[in-house]
Design a protein around this ligand. Structure first.
Ligand code: RB5
Length: 151
C-alpha cells in the first residue's frame, strides 16, 4: 500500500492500548491515520465502533480500516454489516496477507486479548504490504458483493 493510504482505527474498551500502538505504528510508516476512539476506558459496545470505522471506509473517508476488540470477532461482525465492507479477523500474518491478495479485504480485525502487540503489528504490516491479485479472485469477490445486494 502506498503511504498515502488513509487508515481508520477504532476499538472497544477491551483493546485501547493495542489500538493506540497500531495507530502509532502505522503513522510512523507515513500512513494517514484517523483514530476515531474511544479515548476513555469505560465499557463501550463493540458494534458501534465497528460500524463507525466501517462507515468511514464505506463513505470513502479512509481507504482501509483496522478495528480491535477483545477477540476481534464481534467488531468484525458489526463492520461486515456495512455495505462494501470486507473484514477478516487475523491472528497470523499469512491470513492477513491472503485477505488482501484473494479477498480484497478493506478492513482488518484483531483481538486485543488474543494477540500480543508484537505479533499484532506484524499482522498489520502483512495486511498493509499485500495487494489484491484480481483475476479469478475478482470474480469471487464480485460474488460476495452480489450476495450483499441480494440479501
Ligand atoms: C468485551 O468484553 C468483549 O466481549 C469484546 O471486546 C469482544 O471480544 C467481542 O467480540
Amino acid at each position: 500500500m502506498p503511504a498515502t493510504t488513509r487508515i481508520v482505527l477504532s476499538s472497544d474498551h477491551a483493546a485501547i492500548p493495542l489500538r493506540r500502538a497500531i495507530a502509532q505504528h502505522v503513522a510512523s510508516k507515513g500512513f494517514a491515520v484517523s483514530d476515531i476512539g474511544p479515548t476513555t476506558p469505560e465499557s463501550t459496545p463493540y458494534p458501534q465502533h465497528g460500524e463507525a470505522a466501517a462507515q468511514h471506509v464505506a463513505r470513502g473517508e479512509s481507504d482501509l480500516g483496522i478495528i480491535v476488540c477483545g477477540t476481534g470477532q464481534g467488531i468484525m461482525m458489526a463492520a461486515n454489516k456495512v455495505k462494501s465492507i470486507r473484514c477478516g479477523v487475523c491472528s497470523d500474518t499469512f491470513s492477513a496477507r491472503m485477505i488482501r491478495q484473494h479477498n480484497d479485504a478493506n478492513m482488518l480485525a484483531l483481538g486485543g486479548r488474543v494477540v500480543a502487540e508484537g505479533l499484532a503489528l506484524d499482522i498489520v504490516d502483512a495486511f498493509l504490504d499485500a495487494a489484491f491479485e484480481g483475476g479469478r479472485h475478482a470474480t469471487r469477490v464480485d460474488m460476495i458483493t452480489a450476495i450483499e445486494a441480494a440479501n
